[in-house]
Design a protein around this ligand. Structure first.
Ligand code: ADP
Length: 253
């Protein structure tokens, strides 16, 4: 049995008067890729951001309900959101490397979290992370070059390497391929497939084909509700809810 990583109960999110997430309950499994799908504006990114408290940085956002990571309430007052985000890493739609060298992009997190005792250890972390990001071979001879000089697909893999450098347990990805060409997209999808051996991954995607290719579990959101959640194969071939069926057959969305 795969372990449950995140357990969410009765989650509601408001932006001022907008009720963006409505009473969502979900269990997200470890070592699994979970896809969030649904029409634009249905709340996928909002719910994703609940999982590492990124909504905290949006002043008008209010999050209610219970979200546990390995049984611990992540909204407890004693939880430091910076530590939480090291454990629950995030990759965004547009690759956003820091204006620093490739090496420093990856070394930054481990440095601030004190993960390396010396330069040799830091070098090892940087190499390991770039290998996990499937980027090492392409950049090993130019680690001092700026991260922003890489191609879009390489920048996104650099962002993945940066996220895994702090030894996270979960990786959240918000439409990680939407700014990439088909070849770079295929590389990221291959990488997602490898990363699921080590992490729990949650990916927001507007592409149903991508969800079907990379995920084992799919959650379909509609108008702030989590309408249906289950095995990806089941959701795409034999959904229980008529709204899911309308979406996957292209009638809504
Ligand atoms: P999706 O990721 O499915 O496209 P979002 O989570 O981005 O949906 O949006 C859900 C709802 O919340 C939408 O009505 C959107 O306009 C609103 N929303 C999202 N982010 C913000 C924000 N920062 N401020 C105000 N409203 C927001």
């Amino acid at each position: 049995m795969t372990e449950i990583k995140f357990s969410a109960r009765g989650v509601n999110v408001y932006y001022g008067a907008t009720h963006a997430i409505k009473d969502v309950d979900v269990d997200i499994q470890d070592k699994t890729v979970t896809a969030f799908i649904g029409p634009s504006g249905c709340g996928k990114s909002t719910f994703l951001r609940c999982l590492n408290r990124m909504n905290d940085v949006i002043p008008i956002a209010r999050v209610n309900g219970d979200i546990r990571l390995d049984g611990e309430d992540i909204y407890d007052r004693r939880v430091d959101p910076v530590q939480l985000r090291a454990k629950v890493g995030m990759v965004f739609q547009k690759p956003n490397p820091f204006p620093k060298s490739i090496y420093d992009n990856v070394a930054y997190g481990p440095k601030i979290h004190g993960l390396a005792k010396n330069k040799t250890e830091l070098d090892q972390i940087v190499e390991r992370s770039l290998r996990r990001g499937a980027l090492w071979n392409e950049v090993k001879d130019r680690l001092d070059a700026p991260g922003t000089g890489l191609s879009g697909g390489q920048q996104q893999r650099l962002c993945i390497a940066r996220a895994v450098a702090t030894e996270p347990e979960v990786l959240l990805m918000d439409e990680p391929c939407s700014a990439l060409d088909p070849i770079a997209t295929a590389q990221i999808e291959e990488l997602i497939d490898e990363l699921k051996q080590s992490y729990s991954l949650v990916i927001v995607t507007h592409s149903m084909q991508q969800a079907a290719r990379v995920s084992q579990k799919t959650a379909f959101f509609h108008l702030g509700h989590l309408v249906e959640y289950g095995e990806t194969g089941h959701i795409f071939t034999n959904p229980d809810d008529p709204r899911t069926e309308s979406y996957i057959t292209g009638r809504i969305g």
